[in-house]
Design a protein around this ligand. Structure first.
Ligand SMILES: C[S@@+](CC[C@H](N)C(=O)[O-])C[C@H]1O[C@@H](n2cnc3c(N)ncnc32)[C@H](O)[C@@H]1O
Length: 204
């Protein structure tokens, strides 16, 4: 079993596994979020569902010196049974295990963590009861992307992406937070690919 710690974790590309909820995060979605400076770059940050490293590979260029990165299907490490404590975490989790990831993060993350999730994840009675009303490790902020990104496509080096059908947001949990969650926006307009419209509106 190996966790990729420090600067030498490898990012090999072994193809797609959508069946394992493998949807890579476009580089710019991580970059725009990291530029908000919500994390402490001097402290360890874990990416525990790293896939091909789309998020963890962005952490060094943005100044994080201590990155721990692993994925169940590459490294045979299951985040849900990882008992190690980390001060901070960032990931785009497998959607089907989002609740389990949130609850487990609250056990092993000591300060702050962020997950990329559809905005619609905010609703639902069970989530309300077990996640949103928790005051011990509360949701502190939500950063909503102004335009819909399409996840699951091959990543482009320039961080751009097609538009999809789903609103995405970075959700931030902060153990020290004492206020109700705050909504903010990330304007991703410049990263949306502008193709030729197949059926231009008669009104444009
Ligand atoms: C939505 S993908 C995101 C991958 C990467 N974080 C990114 O943003 O490109 C979710 C990843 O979670 C991994 N995964 C699923 N269950 C896991 C678990 N229990 N522990 C660790 N990784 C897991 C999958 O292999 C997949 O690569």
């Amino acid at each position: 079993l190996k966790k990729h710690i420090g600067k030498n974790f490898s990012l090999n590309n072994t193809g797609k596994r959508k069946k394992n909820d493998f949807y890579e995060t476009p580089y710019s979605m991580t970059k725009q979020f990291l530029l908000l400076n919500l994390f402490d770059r001097r402290k360890t940050i874990v990416e525990p569902a790293a896939g091909n490293g789309a998020i963890s590979g962005e952490l060094y260029p943005y100044g994080f010196g201590n990155v721990v990165s692993y994925d169940l299907y590459k490294d045979e490490i299951d985040f849900l049974t990882d008992k190690e404590k980390y001060p901070q975490m960032i990931t785009n989790p497998p959607y089907s295990l989002a609740k389990e990831f949130i609850l487990h993060a609250k056990e092993i993350i000591t300060e702050k963590f962020a997950l990329l999730l559809p905005l619609s994840y905010l609703h639902g009675k069970e989530r309300y009861d077990v996640i949103w009303t928790d005051k011990v490790f509360p949701l502190s902020e939500i950063y909503v992307f102004t335009r819909y990104p399409l996840l699951g496509e091959p990543l482009r080096d320039d961080g751009k992406y097609e538009t999809g059908m789903q609103v995405y947001a970075w959700y931030v949990w902060d153990k020290k937070c004492s206020h109700p969650p705050i909504i903010k926006w990330i304007d991703n307009d410049e990263y949306v690919l502008r193709g030729q419209k197949k059926h231009p509106s008669r009104h444009t």
